[in-house]
Write a protein that binds this ligand. Structure first.
Ligand code: BES
Ligand code: ZN
Ligand code: ZN
Length: 490
């Protein structure tokens, strides 16, 4: 529940009042002044003695002992005013909300007047509120619910604050829905389950959705996706979801997500260590579906075509093998050198479909390569593009979202390599050297001239530890970047 009120900060009844403190000139901060008065000057003393911090990232809790209508005040250290951007603000708010939650309080009131009038900061409060305290599902029989914080109040007299917070909440919820999907084990999330989940999102927002089953995928000639599915008992699904934000359905932006529900590597089998965690190989699908969930709520004026090719990558007597030659939907033939390079095969057909449907711009998101993890680590998503302008738009959105991306070279020297097969048009795995880039180049062979951005989230889809905006595990990365890219389209 969210509320925006325009009260004096000293007479808001709440369990937890969150007040931002900049390092410089506390005296000029009105909220600080009022609270100092309420506390008979003790606040000043506490700051002096170092019990309340204004350094960035510090959260200090003070009880008001009945002197104010708020039971506790959480001072949120914002650091230096000119160093505070929206990403840093979002994180520190996440940290503060986490603390309120772990103090088992259900409501938090944020005094926005002490921060800024910039509405993106209000949006960030909404994002931080739902993302930071999110709990992943577990299957412990004695599981306890540790989610307390559920009500958000913001004190502000600014126009549009409530709407901005609601946008933030929608973005955060979309992120959490991606986290939930990535967290589901392979036995509980098959391609059909993923499709059912997508149907729920579509119905919730009145979006059009079509789920192609195996027969239709065959009719469409998606030979690359079918090859990956060949060894599985679980049939594949191809999800097509449409959000229409313009009067006419034309020139949609295509959001394409890799939906491998479990990647064993196939006959190019992963090792017993490397295979663990491969339930997350539908992270790209989760990101695009999470973005659709947010978009459905925010209702931007853009048309969006969301596509998810989905299957697991399994072994059996029927499975595809290295040396196989397959025919993709585009007609291009592919020599399979490595069955573990399956994501690019599924994406190839999805991107071809996007083009056939008249996509005007494409973004694909995929947990595509271990190479990108080596190159950029787990806090930066690897990006590639055939169009600088389109990349700039995605990059700008990623900056607004605080999700780091870095461009890798879409260069002829790599493009040449994916075309080196003595037996087919393309080679799905020309070697280890630069293989994050080779994977992107492979997908690039199917996008034609359509402006395209490729996002490899193999490193960023999971976090090894708890962080200010969420728990250890699935991050829901790129949900907000994708949604903001769409929201920024005019
Ligand atoms: N799903 C993996 C990539 C991956 C690795 C995701 C680690 C998350 C964490 C992908 O299908 C894969 O196996 N890629 C291979 C490509 C290689 C065979 C060219 C890889 O990265 O080793
Ligand atoms: Zn693989
Ligand atoms: Zn994979």
């Amino acid at each position: 529940m969210v509320n925006v009120i325009n009260n004096q900060v000293t007479n808001v009844e709440t369990d937890a009042l969150l007040v931002g403190l900049y390092e410089e000139s506390k005296e000029e901060q009105q909220v600080y002044q009022s609270l100092n008065e309420v506390l008979d000057g003790h606040l000043e003393e506490l700051v002096k003695q170092g019990d309340i911090h204004n350094a960035y990232g510090k959260v200090s809790k003070v009880h008001t002992f009945g002197n104010a209508d708020a039971k506790r005040v959480y001072f949120v250290g914002l650091g230096k005013k000119d160093e505070l951007d929206v990403s840093r603000f979002r994180k520190v708010m996440g940290k503060a909300f986490k603390q309120v939650n772990s103090d088992q309080l259900t409501g938090a009131t944020v005094a926005l007047e002490s921060f800024t009038e910039d509405l993106t900061f209000a949006e960030a409060i909404g994002e931080a509120f739902v993302m930071s305290t999110y709990q992943l599902e577990t299957y412990h029989t004695d599981r306890e619910n540790k989610g307390f914080l559920s009500d958000l109040t913001v004190i502000s007299g600014e126009e549009g604050v409530k709407q901005a917070i609601e946008v933030g909440l929608a973005l955060g919820e979309g992120t959490n829905s991606a986290r939930h999907l990535v967290n589901l084990p392979g036995n509980l999330l098959t391609a059909s389950d993923l499709a059912a989940y997508a149907e729920n999102i579509a119905h919730k927002h009145g979006m059009e959705i079509e789920i192609f089953e195996k027969e239709q995928i065959e009719e469409l000639g998606m030979g690359a996706l079918l090859a990956v599915n060949q060894g599985s008992k679980e049939p594949p699904r191809f999800i097509v979801m449409k959000y229409q934000g313009k009067a006419e359905w034309s020139d949609p932006v295509a959001l394409v997500g890799k939906g491998i529900t479990f990647d064993t590597g196939g006959y190019s089998l992963k090792g017993k260590e490397g295979i663990i965690g491969m339930k997350m190989d539908m992270g790209g699908a989760a990101s695009v579906l999470g973005a659709m969930d947010a978009i459905g709520q925010i209702k931007p004026e853009e048309n969006v075509l969301c596509l998810v090719p989905s299957t697991d990558n399994m072994i059996s007597g029927d499975a595809f093998k290295p040396d196989d030659v397959i025919v993709s939907m585009s007609g291009k033939t592919i020599e399979v050198r490595n069955t573990d390079a399956e994501g690019r095969l599924a994406l190839a057909d999805a991107v071809t479909y996007a083009n056939q449907q008249g996509a005007s711009r494409i973004i694909d998101v995929a947990t595509l390569t271990g190479g990108v993890v080596v190159a950029l680590g787990d806090e930066m998503t690897g990006a590639m593009t055939n169009n600088g302008e389109w990349f700039d738009q995605v990059y700008e959105a990623s900056e607004q979202a605080g999700e780091l991306i870095w461009e890798l070279p879409y260069h002829d020297v790599f493009k040449k390599k994916v075309r080196t097969s003595h037996i087919a048009d393309l080679n799905n795995s020309p070697g280890r050297k630069g293989h994050a880039v080779l994977a992107g180049c492979f997908v690039g062979e199917f996008v034609g001239d359509t402006p395209w951005v490729h996002l490899d989230i193999a490193g960023t889809a999971m976090s090894e530890s708890e962080h200010d905006l969420g728990p250890k595990g699935p991050t829901g990365v790129m949900v907000r970047t994708l949604a903001k890219t769409i929201m920024n389209q005019k």
